[in-house]
Every structure is written in C-alpha cells, then in structure tokens.
Design a protein around this ligand. Sequence first.
Ligand SMILES: Cc1ncc(COP(=O)(O)O)c(C=O)c1O
Length: 387
Amino acid sequence: MKESLRSQVPPFYVMEVMKAAAHREATGGEVLHLEVGQPMTPAPGRVREAAQRGLVEDRLAYTAATGLGSLRRRVCRFYGERYGLEVSTDRVVMTIGASAGFVLACLALFDPGDRVGMTVPGYSAYRNVLAALGLELVEIRVDAQTRFVPSVDRLQMAAPLDGLVLASPSNPTRVTLTAAEMRQIAGYCSTSGTVLIADEICHGIHYGERAVSALEFSDSAVVVQSFSKYFSMTGWRLGWLVAPPEMFRPLERLAQNLFIAPPTVSQLGALKAFDCTDELDANVKTYAQSRKILVKGLAEAGIHRIAPPDGAFYVYADISHLGADSPALCARWLEELGVAATPGVDFDPEQGHRWVRFSYSESTADVAKAVGRLKKWAYPRLQFCDK
Ligand SMILES: Cc1ncc(COP(=O)(O)O)c(C=O)c1O
C-alpha cells in the first residue's frame, strides 16, 4: 500500500527509547528511566476524587468541542491567580493535551507552505507535525552564545516568518525566557506580523522566579498549555489553548471535526487541579532535589557542558568528549547500565549527535542510582579523555 508523504516523518525517538526500555523490562532487565519527561506522581488526590465521582454519577457524554464551560472559566481564573492577567473565556479552548492543541493552532493559523520558525534544538514532535501539515519549517539555531534563546538578530535572519513556535521552558534545554527576552521576542513578532505560538506546558516547574507568559506581553500570542507536566496528568490527555477571540470559531470548527471533544472524565477531574497547588508544589520540591543530584553527578562524571536548566525536569548535556555519538551512547548505557536517556538527535538532527537529554522526573532515588552508574562508567574514560 502507498504511504503518504506526510506519514514519512521521523519517529519521535524518545518513544523509541521507551520502547527499547520496555522491552528490556519485559525480559527481566532493570531500567532507570531518565529518558521521558513524565511526572512519577499520579494526578493530585482531589482530581482523582472528582474523576471517580464523574465515573459514578455523570453520563460522560461528549462535551462542547471547546470543552466544559466551567473548566474554561476556571482556566481564566488561573491566569488571574498566577499571572495577574485578565483572560476572557472566548479565548480559551480545551484540547486533547498540548499535542492536539498544537495541531489545532497550526491548522487554524497557517496554510500549506507557510513559513514557521522553530528553535533547533527544539521539541521534535512539533518539527515533525509542521512537516506533516505541509508547513515550511524554518530552523532557528540557538546555542550557548545566546543562552539557547533565539535573539532578534537570528529571527530577522530567518524572516519572513508567518509563525514562530517557542517553548519556555524549552524542550530539551529547559531554558526559560526572562521577562526582557519574552518582551523582545513578542514585540518583534507583533511588528513583523509573525504569530507567536508559545508553548508554556512546563510553567509551574521552576527553581527560581516563575516563568513569564507570552500573554503578559502580547494579546495576539497563542499559548499552548497542558495538564501533563506541573499538574501531573500525562495520561489524562488534556490541555488548553489561549488565543485571540477571533480565533475561537476557527478553532472550534476544526476541533468539532477533528476530535469532537476532549475527554469528559479528564475535564471533570481537571476542574479541581488548580486548587491542588500544595500537592503539586511539593512535587516541584522533589524535582529540585533530583536536579541537584543529577547536575552534580553528571559534573562528577565529566558531563558539565549543559544548557542552563532553569525549569522543568531535563538537563541537556554535551557528551561529545565521551567519544561516541549520542544514539550509540544511549543504546550502550541502556544495555550496559540499565540507564535510559534520550539522544539529542531527537531535538537537533544535525548537531544532536553531541548531546543527550536526561530527565529527572522519576524518583530521586532512581536518579541518584542512575548517576552513580554513569559516574562509574565514565570515570576510566574521563581519565583517558583528559590526557
Ligand atoms: C515542549 C512540549 N510540548 C508539548 C508536549 C506534549 O504534551 P501533552 O502531553 O500535553 O500532549 C511535550 C511533552 O513532553 C513537551 O515537552
């Protein structure tokens, strides 16, 4: 059978690493999971209670394609509570995770052939979705010189752009834009007619100041958000978009036809998610501990060229001095050490061979164990490398 051209996107490598790790576990091997960014905690207690009540008492019929009105109103309140922003309900659309939100936003905003900028390294699923939708991906390389943030100079070099996809904290680097950086980029997008699609799905997981939202600097930005990360609800498949009010109808029409509605039981649970900050902030404290252990342990293993890990739960590290490229190295670590990590090629096809992404969203004990193994493995090689 003929495969469509659009289906010939590269795999999402992290899922391939997960598959290999699952195979190892199924055949009796141990795996310490540093590959996937998935909270090890379940959804907060009150979310699970509300969902259980829904299972018993609710018909669980389709909701409106844009989600429950009560949940959209709660999302608006959240923007007031967290960012001091007034967001009206005609700007909020509930989605099946950020993944479906991103597809909806791109379909509503762009036509085939439109030029959409994205950082490299950047979240690979977004790159591949842009390709599958027939959009022209314009790569904007970021590196240590600009703190892994796209400078206006680099955006100008990539112009003209119909859209710019920017995640803060970013995946894989987890660099978080400062207010000044976000103001500059949002300003550039407004004046150049570029739609800013801001992925804010790791907001809430920070170790210093909270991340700023693009909505604090722009009324025309489209924000992609999710219950997957801070709210610890990956498998509930729920997220939301905030878009200018004139985009509500186009998004609604597309959502009706593509997905009908986001999962009802997840929406009933999510109504309580915003009131669980004590439980969720306790998770962030655990990430902070794991982050310390991982960053220190990697440095002791000689892996110290890392992007500034401001937020979320990843460290993106340069491993080029270890003498192997990252897919081979990650395969070897899984086989020899039972440590799963994600090769940088997932995020940067050209230079990602020199980088590995480590996640510290699993238990602190597992992170510590994995780091111990990496140190033991690296030590003899480092002595060799340093000479
Ligand atoms: C930057 C970024 N955006 C979007 C997603 C997808 O999130 P969701 O589970 O809400 O579909 C991820 C998942 O890891 C991510 O890292």
